[in-house]
Design a protein around this ligand. Structure first.
Ligand SMILES: [Zn+2]
Length: 241
């Protein structure tokens, strides 16, 4: 049967694959079997500028040699800063010296959040075999590692069990992109996804509970076939679930 794949973001026919995590957050050589979700060109492109911004912020904060290398001549971030001098100017403007003698970085939070939430959405679709609403994801924290006072002890506690053993992370690429799903006791046991990106930043995202419906997990071309929920009911009928 001819399967019509639909964009996971808007439900319209998909013509592209969107990588989760975004490919620019991973390192070459890329791991095998990169995760993707179907997306229409419009939705796919709607994230690109923010993803580029996110990577620029990350490299600004990072002490990771591979990320720093990207800001040097020939590196992808170096190229992007030369291509879009406005982006780089904006980044430089957001680095502020304050009277206390310290340097502060004021990132454009909405852009960081959009990129983080979109990546959490994509990973969730693969992990739970469901397509929730993108607006059910809310990034509630972005914590650079090298700013010691912004690495809250609560997050360290969330990622350890009661015996203070580290909980199991999923390493999509070792030391580059890992994530974990935990319950946040500070927020009503809210299901929470945490990213560790390049040992540079933690991102904390509130995610929806997968409903208790029987999951539809059938492998289709190496990917899980997803049960469609909510507003996407419309195209569920078109698929032979
Ligand atoms: Zn779309």
């Amino acid at each position: 049967m001819n399967e019509i794949e639909n964009c996971y973001f808007c439900g319209k026919p998909a013509s592209t694959k969107d990588h989760v995590p975004s490919k620019n957050l991973l390192e070459k050589p890329y791991p095998k079997n990169l995760l993707t979700i179907p997306a229409c060109l419009k939705c796919n492109q709607s994230f690109s500028l923010d993803e580029e911004y996110f990577l620029n912020v990350l490299t600004t904060l990072s002490e990771s040699p591979t990320l720093i290398a990207r800001t040097e001549p020939g590196g992808s971030v170096y190229k992007s800063r030369n291509r879009s001098t406005k982006l780089y100017e904006r980044l430089l403007k957001s680095i502020i010296q304050k009277n206390d003698g310290r340097t502060y970085f004021h990132a454009e939070v909405a852009r960081l959040k959009k990129t983080i939430e979109k990546n959490a959405f994509g990973l969730y679709c693969h992990k739970y075999g469901k397509i929730p609403m993108l607006n059910a994801f809310e990034c509630v924290g972005f914590y650079p590692f090298n700013a010691e006072e912004t690495r809250p002890i609560e997050i360290i506690m969330l990622t350890h069990n009661e015996k203070f053993k580290l909980k199991k992370w999923t390493h999509l690429q070792e030391n580059v992109f890992s994530y974990i799903v935990v319950r946040d006791w500070r927020r009503n046991n809210q299901l929470t996804m945490i990213f560790d990106i390049h040992n540079t930043a933690w991102c904390v995202i509130k995610i929806p509970f997968p409903s208790s419906d029987k999951r539809t997990k059938r492998k289709v071309q190496g990917q899980y076939k997803l049960k469609v929920e909510g507003q996407y009911q419309l195209f569920e009928n078109k698929q032979s679930l």
